[in-house]
Write a protein that binds this ligand. Structure first.
Ligand SMILES: [Fe+2]
Length: 246
């Protein structure tokens, strides 16, 4: 009986993020945004991702004219340092970097210049203001597509000004845009409104990628907690998410 119990549990799928393989939203380049501030913190967070089952990380520092004036050069030189430290500590995980672009008045110039950090097959992660609804989202999504990019809207569930049920979201997808949900939203990490929207989006198959959006160890604990959520378990089992293609 005792042994039967273990045998049975051995056959259960492991409850971690290994089926996703890749996380494509995090803040692990030290000292350049509101994520990890030191190399030590970066390594702690990356080890947490390994523990959670991820085998590849595409980390995405903020690029925002008002607060984080990062450039591809700053981000990539930070990536080199993180890679060197991982190698020095024999930590085996694949890591790349892109960015989380804030849709501000400088973004279009960046897009026009071509000096843009995208990932995999020209995926481009962008975010909106949490306070002010965007006035030009249709134009910008179409422009990103015209330039050959595949835009991914970061944490669509967190923009509380989208209030028309899912209509706003269907409309944005129709402009030509993927959605990345913050996994932690599903357990109410941010607030009730974003939790409700997150659950609506995922049960209506509107989500293309799950992201950790990890900045610090509190996020790592919350992410671990999400593995008990039926919404997360179902999403991982149904296997329609595209993280593993990155
Ligand atoms: Fe982020």
């Amino acid at each position: 009986m005792f042994f039967d119990f273990f045998k049975k549990n051995d056959t259960l799928p492991k409850l971690d993020f290994s089926s996703l393989k890749t996380d494509m939203h995090s803040h692990f380049i030290p000292g350049i945004d509101d994520g990890a501030q030191t190399m030590e913190q970066s390594i702690v967070l990356i080890k947490k991702m390994l523990d959670l089952g991820y085998t590849k990380i595409i980390t995405t520092p903020h690029i925002m004219a008002d607060y984080y004036r990062n450039t591809p050069e700053i981000i990539l030189s930070g990536l080199d340092k993180v890679r060197a430290e991982l190698q020095a500590q024999s930590i085996d995980i694949e890591i790349d970097a892109a960015a989380e672009y804030y849709l501000d008045e400088t973004f279009e110039n960046k897009l026009n210049s071509g000096n843009i950090l995208s990932f995999s097959d020209k995926y481009l992660l962008f975010e909106l203001s949490f306070v002010n609804p965007p006035s030009n989202i249709e134009y910008m999504i179409k422009k990103m597509n015209d330039k050959g990019y595949k835009p991914i809207l970061a944490h669509p569930e967190r923009y509380s000004y989208f209030k028309n049920g899912l209509d706003d979201y269907y409309r944005i997808k129709e402009y030509g845009c993927y959605f990345q949900l913050n996994t932690m939203s599903l357990i109410g990490y941010y607030d009730k409104n974003s939790q409700r929207t997150a659950r609506d989006l995922i049960t209506n198959n509107m989500i293309d990628f799950l992201g950790s959006d990890m900045h610090h160890t509190k996020h790592a604990s919350a992410l671990k907690e999400t593995l008990s959520s039926k919404y997360v378990i179902e999403a991982l089992q149904e296997n329609y998410l595209m993280n593993d293609e990155l």
